[in-house]
Design a protein around this ligand. Structure first.
Ligand code: ADP
Ligand code: MG
Length: 238
């Protein structure tokens, strides 16, 4: 495992600044949620951590390593996206093994990792099914399985539940938290849903228009919002 650090990170698209000097420290094993309204820069920040987007200035560290310029595949992270398209022509097991196949992992090692991930996620009996034969929640679990098999130092989630119906969303929150309790992997989780943030996070980072407004435990933000923006955002219904 490893912690993560953003040091005065900036990003512009053309002349348009979208991340304006962000500092965040995430401890080893912490479950941190980046929350804020749509367009405030959450996905951009996560994509920079994943190496899918260059950073314009500043430094990103994973563990003790500065990863600016390190290719996504060499960052030892795994990302679960909002639109977790599974490969329709591959079984659950093949979907989970695919990234390992690309890395040419030995078959025995691959099988063992898939088996372990399936066990953790309750997918053992579904390994031979195809995505169209799965419920929404099961598909979501396969998407997480694809990340788990890689045994990364850091998990990244970008609004993984926003396409699910309300009931399933609540159930999956508990599953993701359970997974974190079991594996203890440092997790950076993005959502625009303040209820999700308040119920899941060890630590919340409230973003607004490319800056961090406040960092704190859920109850700290609730009891002592740093400003009107945080008070309004955390206090308003989802
Ligand atoms: P969030 O995930 O918080 O909704 P994003 O990080 O997706 O926000 O976007 C932050 C800002 O950056 C938005 O104004 C968005 O339009 C802009 N943006 C994101 N990606 C690009 C891009 N590839 N090119 C230009 N502008 C972008
Ligand atoms: Mg986003």
């Amino acid at each position: 495992m490893a912690g993560v650090e953003f040091v005065d990170v900036r990003k512009s698209f053309g002349a348009f600044p979208v991340i304006k000097g962000v500092n965040i420290e995430i401890a080893d094993g912490e479950f941190v949620i980046l929350v804020g309204p749509s367009g405030c820069g959450k996905s951009t920040l996560l994509r920079m951590l994943a190496g899918l987007e260059n950073i314009s200035a500043g430094e990103i560290r994973i563990g003790n390593r500065v990863v600016n310029g390190v290719a996504p595949g060499d960052r030892d992270i795994a990302m679960v996206f909002q639109n977790y398209a599974l490969y329709p022509h591959m079984s659950v097991a093949q979907n989970m093994a695919f990234s390992l196949m690309l890395k040419r992992s030995p078959k025995a090692d691959m099988d063992q990792r898939v088996k372990k991930a399936a066990d953790i996620l309750g997918l053992t009996k579904l390994l031979d099914r195809y995505p169209r034969q799965l419920s929404g929640g099961q598909r979501q679990r396969v998407a997480m399985g694809r990340a788990i098999v890689r045994d990364p130092q850091v998990f990244l989630f970008d609004e993984p539940l926003s396409n699910l119906d309300a009931k399933l969303r609540v159930a999956m929150r508990a599953e993701i938290k359970g997974l974190h309790q079991r594996l203890g992997t440092t997790t950076v989780y993005v959502t625009h849903d303040q209820i999700e943030a308040m119920t899941m996070a060890d630590k919340i980072v409230v973003m607004h228009d490319g800056v961090v407004e406040q960092v704190g435990r859920p109850l700290e933000l609730y009891d002592k919002p740093a400003n009107l923006f945080v008070a309004g955002f955390i206090g308003s219904p989802a």
